[in-house]
Structures are given as C-alpha cells and as structure tokens.
Design a protein around this ligand. Structure first.
Ligand SMILES: *Cc1c(COP(=O)(O)O)cnc(C)c1O
Length: 403
C-alpha cells in the first residue's frame, strides 16, 4: 500500500468516524516535548498541549519508561483484586495534594461524576438532607465534561440540545459572583462545583478574593466546595492547584488530564475521609479505574512535575509570555488574560473570530485552538523554554498584525 498523506487520513476519518469534533486539518504522527510532527514531516509547536493533559511535554522519556516497565508486568486486574501500584499512587497523590483519600477513575468526566455522587451521598448520610432533595450548584460558563448528568448543568445550549431528559438537582449561578452563591445556597445544598479558572469558558480568571469568599460561604453553610482542577491543576497556572493562588483548600478536588502526562486516561478525586468515606463497596466503580498501568504512569507523571519544577516554570514563563503578548500592537486584540501558562488572547468582535488566526498560526508552525469563537488559547507544555516562547510570540505577532 502507498503511504497515506494528510488528505487520505482526513477522508478516512470523515467517512468512518463520527463527526463530533471539528479539528484543524493537521494529522499528527509524532511528538516530543513541545513539538509535534504531522504525517508529511512538518513540525509544529503544540500550544494546546491536549487541553493541558500534556503539561509534562509529549512522550516525556521518564513517563514513557514507566509505561514500558509496567506494561509487560501487569496492566489490568480490575478492582476485584488488589494491585501493587494503586496503593502507592494513592499515598503519593494524597501526600502531594494534602488530602486524606483519593478515588481513581479514567476520564475527567468520570472524576466529576464521582465527585457529584460523593456530594449527594455525603448530603444524605452526613449533612442530613432529606432523601432525593440534594442540590448541587454550578457556574455559568463552566465546562465539566460530556456525560448526560454533567451536560445537565452545562451553560452551552449545543451540549444539551437533543440529549434530554436531564438529571434534576442542579442550579446555575454566575461565575465569579460570591453573592450569587450566597443567595443560591439552601439547607438542601450539598456542594458547589467550580473551576478556579475556567478553561473551556475562555481562560476566565475570577475576581481576586472570589475563591476565598466561596470557601468561607461553603464552610459557613456546610456545603462542599468542589474544585474542578482537571485543566487548571497540576502546574498549569503556576501552582500545583490553582486554588492555592488564594490559599484556599477545597473539600473535594477533581484531577485528570496531566495526571498521566497525556500517556493514558487517568483521573482521580481527592478529598477527606468524611467525604470519600461515604462510598461503601459496590456503590461506585470502574473496570479500568486504578489499574496498575495507569497508576505507574500517574506516579511518574507526578514525580516529573515535582522534579522538573513545572509549577515554578509555569509561573515564571507564564508571566513572561503574557508580558510579551501584551507588547503586540494589534487592532484585533481586546486583552490578554490568564495565569501561569494558561493564557487567553481575547479578540475584538471585528477580528472576525479566532479560527482564522489559529489556521494562520498553523501555517507558521504553531498549533493553537480557539475557544468560544473569539479567544485564542495558548497553553503549551510546561517544559517550554524562554527561547521557544520568543519564537511562538513572533508567530502570534505576525498573525495578529496581518490584514
Ligand atoms: C477536560 C475537562 C473535563 C473533562 O475531562 P475528560 O477527560 O475530557 O472527560 C472536566 N473538567 C474540566 C475543567 C476540563 O477541562
């Protein structure tokens, strides 16, 4: 068979794969650090990093090695039996994040579902909410995943359209507005689920003091503060958890994405014994959740974040990236916002959408993805260097000053 080219792969995918995404037309075949290569051999800088799953860089040699060492030993036991990796990941993740317990799953959405189930059962068995009455509050602009219960409280019409009926028991309030949370809490409120910085919402940083006030309100009303750190956590914003920027400790934290450095789907919920202790055997589970291959990969991914000081790097290089981007004189840019290496370039209405700028960046060897039509998100692997940032900024400056 002749070697397939970009168009052949696109044709095959469009014919045989459901069209639930609209990817840029680049077919990637290889990755290393901040770089990826397409099937034609063209090289690109990855400024999306798989929605922050690849914080450690593509195919990090230590994470690859951990996978290669574990794969031939033991990949899956199911939780019907114990394995020799899960206990070690559990201990290491709890020590690193400062929580008492964790519960492993695979995708981010499953971690969110796990947190929602924990919150409801906690409300009934610990808080004393009457049966079937528990409420969970979420924010406008949120993204927490794609299951039916999660899209129930998605503010995106398209995520819900055609998928009802939905799950009762959720309320939406404006993001960044602690007063709205105070007004929404009732005696039946089990939890407030919030992203410390909204990623898919467009890299939205809430007002200073918001998370602190949320923490106070949740404590005051015996409501679980649940932080979805699936995208913002594990170094991306310059801290291990983005909530640390305000010195806030949520009751429940959801992690995913970079928990495996992108090598394998691994997610987890970390919390207290009081909350995760509500699960009895049989209440919840996953065939692949906590499998030894996932755990070995996650353990090494966490060590890489620490050993390579990726949080500090993200803080320092993120400040640098934002300062450089703000120097660009472009008629199209409204503002640059973000924290750490989690950056959004918000375009003016007259810019004609972010997609055309992302396509122009692709031609210049930078892969970025628009969010919400008018925002270019830049979230490269945290192993990026200052020189690589300089190069990326040059490309961004060129496309933002084109006609
Ligand atoms: C990506 C993401 C999820 C969902 O993770 P999946 O692995 O795609 O299911 C949930 N919450 C946030 C904040 C995310 O960015």
């Amino acid at each position: 068979m002749n070697k397939l080219g970009t168009q052949d792969y696109i044709t095959l995918e469009d014919q045989y794969n459901a069209h639930n995404y609209k990817p840029l037309d680049v077919v990637l075949a290889r990755g290393e650090g901040v770089w990826v290569w397409d099937v034609e051999g063209r090289k690109y800088m990855d400024c999306l990093a798989a929605y922050s799953a690849v914080n450690q860089g593509h195919c990090h040699p230590r994470i690859v090695q951990a996978m290669l060492e574990q794969a031939p030993k033991l990949a899956l036991t199911s939780r019907a039996f114990r394995n020799d990796q899960l206990p070690l990941l559990a201990e290491e993740l709890c020590e690193l994040t400062g929580y008492e317990m964790m519960l492993p799953m695979n995708s981010g959405a499953e971690a969110v579902e796990t947190a929602l189930k924990a919150a409801r059962k906690w409300a009934y068995t610990v808080k004393g909410v009457a049966d079937e009455r528990a409420e969970i509050i979420a924010c406008s602009g949120n993204f927490h995943g794609r299951t039916i219960s999660i899209v129930t409280f998605s503010p995106e019409e398209q995520y819900r359209d055609g998928f009802g009926p939905f799950t009762p028991g959720f309320k939406l309030i404006p993001y960044g507005d602690a007063g709205a949370l105070e007004r929404a809490i009732t005696p039946n409120t089990a939890a407030f689920i919030v992203e410390p910085i909204q990623g898919e919402g467009g890299v939205v940083v809430p007002p200073k003091g918001y998370l602190k006030r949320v923490r106070e309100l949740c404590s005051e009303h015996n409501v679980l503060m649940m932080a979805d750190e699936i995208q913002s956590g594990l170094g991306r914003t310059g801290k291990l958890l983005a909530c640390e920027h305000e010195g806030v400790r949520p009751d429940v934290v959801m992690l995913g994405k970079a928990l495996s450095g992108g090598m394998y789907p691994v997610s987890a919920v970390v919390s207290s014994k009081e909350v995760l202790g509500v699960f009895d055997p049989g209440d919840h589970g996953s065939t692949f959740g906590g499998n030894p291959l996932a755990c070995a990969v996650a353990r090494e991914s966490l060590r890489v974040i620490q050993d390579e000081n990726l949080c500090e790097r993200a803080a320092e290089l993120g400040d640098y990236l934002m300062a450089r981007l703000r120097e660009i004189k472009s008629q199209y840019v409204k503002l640059v916002r973000g924290k750490g290496l989690f950056v959004g370039i918000v375009l003016k209405r007259e810019a004609g959408g972010a997609r055309r700028f992302c396509e122009a960046l692709q031609e210049r060897g930078v892969l970025a993805k628009e969010t919400h039509e008018h925002i270019i998100r830049l979230a490269p692997p945290l192993v990026i260097t200052r020189e690589q940032i300089d190069w990326a900024v040059e490309q961004v400056a060129e496309v933002l000053t084109m006609a």
